[in-house]
Design a protein. Structure first.
Length: 354
């Protein structure tokens, strides 16, 4: 488990304790622990193995035992208990950028609302603006946040899901008999918000692969189990679909399940114009399979260069590829700028040396 995930558990505990009106010192201890762990330059899991968690600044025996629990169970009993005590809607309210725990508590204490619809109604009636410390601007921002939540219902930030998905992939590489494995879907296209995790695999032993998938420590529930496709709900609250495909179909399947749907439709139209058929198993001329081992092979059979996943949205990338003018993606080496940081001289969590 990554430091960021452990920090997020502590951050959620602090938020829920604040909504409950718990001891400010206890709340601050969890907030500080979250900040420290997130900024730590070493792997917390490695420190735990060496029994050195209390060497982390601000981490005493109690917090150290809670870190051990998180590493062991992928959750924290305290957090689960708090979630049961606090109305689920209040957890949703915390996803609105302009609402922190203090403001959520103030709204709940005053109105006792337990749904996003009730919060929206209060804002439209300008009752939120009248609360001390709020005002019309905050009310307007809350309405914007509610609109975004509705638009992105069921979707999570890429930055939150990607590290989790990559960790699952690494575990599968170690524990399952796999030849190829890759993330597909909206994660591979690097969409800002993703709905689920798609994993593609090739293996000579698909039954063993799926057994490993179903028994991953990150799995909360097995939704469907099969030799070629297994769907699970992960403890982070997102669905993961794992497919095992034939080795010869790897490229075609990776292209198909990466999407987007609109891009795939355009690719199929292009194939038809050339007298070809394309699906997740390969490219066909009539009934004859003519390719599909790699994405490069699939695109080449259609007279196209390989198109980066980030461009596959039917936003002109097919036309650009046909004309040889695909844009170069921005790389890390292209990014320049000045770093803006805070140290312990002010309100930062790390010293200048760190």
């Amino acid at each position: 488990m990554k430091n960021k995930e452990i920090a997020e558990v502590f951050r959620q505990v602090a938020q829920l304790l604040e909504i409950k009106g718990d001891n400010p010192y206890r709340i601050r201890a969890y907030e500080k622990a979250a900040q420290t762990i997130e900024a730590l330059g070493v792997d917390v899991e490695e420190l735990a193995k060496k029994d050195k968690l209390t060497s982390i600044p601000g981490i005493g025996a109690d917090l150290a035992s809670k870190i051990q629990e998180i590493l062991r169970t992928n959750t924290l009993s305290l957090l689960e208990e708090l979630k049961k005590e606090i109305p689920p809607a209040l957890l949703t309210f915390l996803q609105i950028p302009s609402l922190g725990p203090k403001k959520v508590k103030a709204i709940y204490d005053k109105f006792g609302i337990t749904s996003l619809e009730e919060l929206e109604k209060l804002c439209l009636e300008h009752k939120i603006a009248r609360l001390s410390g709020f005002g019309l601007k905050t009310e307007e921002n809350i309405l914007k946040g509610i609109k975004l939540l509705k638009e992105r219902k069921g979707r999570r930030p890429l930055g939150e899901v990607l590290p989790y998905a990559e960790e699952v992939v690494e575990i599968l590489k170690l524990k399952a008999p796999i030849e190829n494995i890759a993330l597909a879907g909206s994660i591979r296209r690097r969409k800002e918000k993703v709905k689920d995790i798609d994993v593609l695999i090739t293996s000579e032993q698909p039954d063993k692969v799926m057994t490993v998938v179903a028994n991953l420590p990150q799995v909360e529930e097995v939704i469907a189990f099969g030799e070629t496709k297994t769907s699970v709900r992960l403890k982070m609250g997102i669905q993961m679909d794992v497919r095992v495909v034939p080795q010869d179909s790897w490229g075609a399947a990776l292209a198909y399940f990466t999407g987007s749907k609109a891009h795939n439709i355009r690719v199929r139209e292009l194939a038809l114009q050339m007298g070809l058929k394309i699906n997740e198993y390969g490219v066909y001329r009539g009934e004859e399979w003519i390719g599909g081992r790699t994405e490069e092979e699939v695109y080449s059979l259609l007279g196209l260069p390989w198109i980066p996943p980030e461009l596959r949205e039917d936003q002109g990338e097919i036309e650009a590829a046909l004309e040889g003018r695909l844009p170069k993606l921005v790389d890390y080496s292209d990014v320049v700028g000045d770093g803006h940081v805070h140290s312990t001289y002010s309100d930062g969590a790390s010293s200048l040396e760190e």
